[in-house]
Design a protein around this ligand. Sequence first.
Ligand SMILES: C[S@@+](CC[C@H](N)C(=O)[O-])C[C@H]1O[C@@H](n2cnc3c(N)ncnc32)[C@H](O)[C@@H]1O
Length: 326
Amino acid sequence: MFSVTSTRKLMGRRRSVFYQDVINGLRASQKYLFSKYFYDEAGDRLFQQIMASPEYYLTRCEMDIFQHQSGDIAALFEGEPFDLVELGPGDATKSWHLLRELMRRKAPFTYYPIDISSNVIGWLEEKLPVSLPGIQLQGLNGEYLDRMEYVEHISQRRKIVLFMGANIGNMTMQQATLFCRQLHDRMRPGDLLLIGFDLKKDPRIILDAYNDKQGITRAFNLNLLTRINRELGADFDVAQFEHYPIYDPASGACKSYLISRIAQDVRMNDDEVIHFAESEPIYMEISQKYSLGETHYLARQSGFKGVREFYDSKKMFADILWERLP
Ligand SMILES: C[S@@+](CC[C@H](N)C(=O)[O-])C[C@H]1O[C@@H](n2cnc3c(N)ncnc32)[C@H](O)[C@@H]1O
């Protein structure tokens, strides 16, 4: 028998979007979980460790761009006062260089970091005013498009949107096209969008980035099961799941799975039982890689035109500036 309090707790969990997303994903014939749920406090910390790992070249490449070319990027933002909206900034270590450059130039802007992790937003609101005194900043906790709509609602200024770190790679190309069209609908003609794309390259370099020797990416994936245990009352035995990344050089899709080592049942919320067959996968994340041609096609398909492309010294990564067409 459940007590009144535990029954309320169960009902509350069941109503949460997180619970519904997890249940839908685990009940599907091909099980999946949404990677946006990786980012709780432990997930944010693990992602910082991934960024510092020797295999994860993406951060070093994009850092190279922002350390050396923030002046050139900032010059393209000159003009009327603007809102600088960053989608999924994480700890903003790279965009920090651009923010500093904009402040040095006394550019009239307000910075709106939007992140699904409340931990990230709290951290940025505490740290950025210290390292960049005088910055106009309003952190927004929530989903990209929903919070973008809110910014549009509270301010009529032109928008410059940053979508860095190859976050766009966490969507299939089809999802990315739809997403960019939705961004287009929330922007006005002349507004700018800077997107970080991880470019197609030696497949071994790519696969290693998602399979680091220290096992941090493995821990990052497994942490979502721990989060589901803690927040949704599940009983995943994390040791019975194995991290398995694959890269397909033809499509450019790098996909991560958790594989059930054994046949097992996982209880959710005291009333749902999810069965796993031995070796059954849970699809966790895509990290899509792009050719330059594919980035141009994406811009055309979603109503933007290319303004300028910025590369790291090895040309492994590109931050590409697009302008929103009428
Ligand atoms: C891969 S990290 C990259 C962080 C940063 N852009 C960088 O380059 O270091 C992705 C970030 O986006 C956030 N995020 C993921 N999905 C999101 C969503 N649907 N809406 C808002 N934020 C999201 C995560 O919390 C995390 O901080």
